[in-house]
Design a binder for this molecule. Structure first.
Ligand code: B12
Ligand code: SF4
Length: 498
């Protein structure tokens, strides 16, 4: 099932003779990372990260900028024209690949610049592999850095502050991303930061000062419209951190008649009317970090969240407004015993949670969780390639390393089984067929994903399902709007009528 191109980075040809670097050309690279065999390969081509397209937007006009994502299985990054500057985004799981790419380009005369999350958490480790590193926000720094290259005055370290107003950033250069390679290239971002600061989240990294900031709803609506795609994905850490803002955003999105999904924390359901506004604005799915069904785990992570016993009711609120739920669960926290896997999957099935992602607890470097694990002598190794939430990298408290690894694999097998997919079908009979089509395509088609990716057919393959969902949603929201304010109060009207 696991083919080489899903686990091994494309080969860099050491014998290749390249032309001299072409002045004022920059190449931005998203390096390869091995895919998790337990999860769907489709996940990696849902929507592109905005890291490099945001940086690209800050390129001075006098420079030519290109983009290459190694995960799209089109081979190693291009070398003709040979770039003067290569910008690479570095996450801990693909840091080694970033270093290999850097070596290859530097050996041939290019200037290599690193930015991204791993640069922020481990600057001393990454710095020797590049000519310059950018710590933190890249958009504010990139133009200045290229001008320094022009003047042969490159500094080894640039620091990007997150204090400049987010609304002043230019729109990401989504046009650089090959359109058919993703379900949608409309990755959207409206907010920066999160009202929480969970101990295991990268947002709690030492040295990361990320004041909560927002972009104007009209900006987002304009970008969504300009991209021309029917479906958008918000890549915000938590689109629900400021409910009043989310309401304004929904009102700006509503006239577009498009559909979208976003990551939110479950406390958004405190206000059922806001959920209704989300549905009216085109929200068809949310990604919810439930993390755990045990309150003590949530408390230990320092997450402000409703009691777990109320999660089920809150899922029903989302379903009532036609919003599908994809739950994210972390396994291996200190109050998780070997029963956590069966318990979690049973809960997901009982509450018809349409999709889920499981993560093995992972102490990211420079976070409070990492410090705690190190102090307790529980970190097993620092092989960052395995810090991908699919491997156990620490000593769990209430089970063995093997139990955690096996339980995680079992949970995915069970979630993707025919039985589990069927049990989680929506209560509304009309929604069952599209749900089944989506589930089988996304969860049980790993054999064909590599071909779809390789031949750039992802966008095409999803298109009919996306369009069907959009049309169904438009009908749904007409009925929802008609039912008016009464709907928010009398939920039974909605469940029965739509
Ligand atoms: C889109 C996304 C994905 C996509 C695409 C991933 C990819 N690498 O292409 C998919 C769905 C495939 C994915 C998968 C995973 N993801 Co992901 N993903 C995101 C998400 C939601 C958005 C990224 C984004 O667009 N951010 C917005 C941009 C503008 O911000 P940024 O990335 O920080 O970039 C800025 C700076 O860092 C800097 N910068 C970045 N790169 C560069 C390069 C240069 C040259 C310069 C100058 C500057 C610069 O400038 C940028 C603009 O200011 C983030 C959460 C988030 N909101 O960031 C998680 C996130 C990055 N993912 C995460 C994780 C854990 C994963 C998975 C491991 C989860 C899993 N178990 O499956 C996988 C594996 C992927 C992998 N190995 O990297 C974590 C990473 C944690 C960490 N410490 O590394 C995050 C932060 C989520 C979280 N809250 O935990 N992901
Ligand atoms: S709620 Fe989510 S995004 Fe916010 S700090 Fe916690 S884990 Fe990170």
């Amino acid at each position: 099932m696991m083919t080489k191109d899903m686990v091994e980075a494309p080969r860099l040809d050491d014998d290749l003779v390249t032309p001299r670097p072409t002045p004022r050309t920059a190449l931005l690279i998203n390096p390869f990372y091995p895919k998790n065999p337990h999860a769907s390969f489709g996940k990696h081509v849902l929507t592109p990260s905005l890291a490099l397209t945001s940086v690209a937007a800050a390129t001075p006009r006098s420079w030519d900028v290109r983009y290459w994502d190694e995960n799209l299985l089109q081979g190693p990054p291009p070398s003709d024209p040979f770039p003067a500057v290569v910008g690479i985004t570095v996450h801990l799981t693909f840091a080694n690949r970033a270093y290999a790419l850097a070596r290859w380009y530097r050996d041939r005369g290019a200037i290599v610049v690193f930015g991204g999350l791993h640069v922020l958490s481990c600057p001393d480790e990454v710095a020797p592999h590049a000519d310059a590193i950018v710590i933190g926000e890249g958009v504010q720094v990139w133009g200045r850095l290229l001008r320094d290259v022009d003047e042969e005055q490159l500094s080894p370290v640039y620091r990007g502050s997150y204090r400049s107003p987010y609304r002043c950033d230019p729109a990401p250069r989504r046009d650089l991303v090959p359109r058919n390679s993703f379900l949608t290239t409309s990755s959207l971002i409206a907010t920066r930061g999160c009202h929480n600061r969970c101990g295991f989240c990268y947002l709690a990294t030492d040295g990361l000062h990320l004041p909560y900031d927002l972009r104007e709803p009209e900006q987002i609506a304009r970008e969504f419209e300009a991209e021309g795609q029917p479906y958008g994905v918000f890549v915000d850490n938590n689109l629900g951190s400021r409910p009043a803002y989310l309401r304004r955003l929904c009102r700006a999105l509503q006239p577009l008649e498009r559909i979208w999904s976003a990551a939110i924390s479950i406390d958004v359901t405190d206000d059922e009317d806001l959920i209704r506004e989300m549905a009216l604005a085109g929200c068809t799915g949310v990604f919810v970090g439930f993390e755990s069904l045990t309150d003590r785990n949530i408390e230990a992570a320092g997450k402000r969240s409703p009691r777990t016993e109320d999660y089920a009711r809150r899922v029903t609120v989302l379903h009532r407004y036609g919003i599908q739920v994809s739950g994210s669960f972390v396994f291996g926290s200190d109050h998780d015993g070997p029963d956590v896997f069966a318990k979690t999957v049973a809960w997901i099935e009982a509450n018809r949670v349409e999709c889920a992602a499981f993560h093995i607890l992972t102490p990211y470097p420079a976070t409070p969780l990492f410090r705690q694990m190190e102090k307790e002598g529980r970190v097993l190794h620092k092989d960052w390639t395995r810090y991908d939430t699919a491997h156990v990298v620490f000593e769990p408290k209430l089970m063995s390393v093997e139990q955690l690894a096996d339980g995680y694999a079992w949970s995915y097998r069970r979630l993707f089984s025919h039985r589990s997919i069927w049990r989680r079908r929506p209560a509304d009979a009309r929604a069952v067929l599209p749900y089944l089509a989506m589930s089988y395509f996304y969860k049980r088609s790993n054999r064909i994903w590599r071909h779809l990716i390789r031949w750039r057919l992802t966008g095409l393959a999803w298109r009919p399902l996306v369009e069907l969902t959009r049309r169904r949603h438009l009908k749904f929201r007409k009925r929802l709007a008609k039912a008016g304010a009464a709907v928010g109060r009398a939920s039974s009207v909605v469940s029965a009528g739509v």
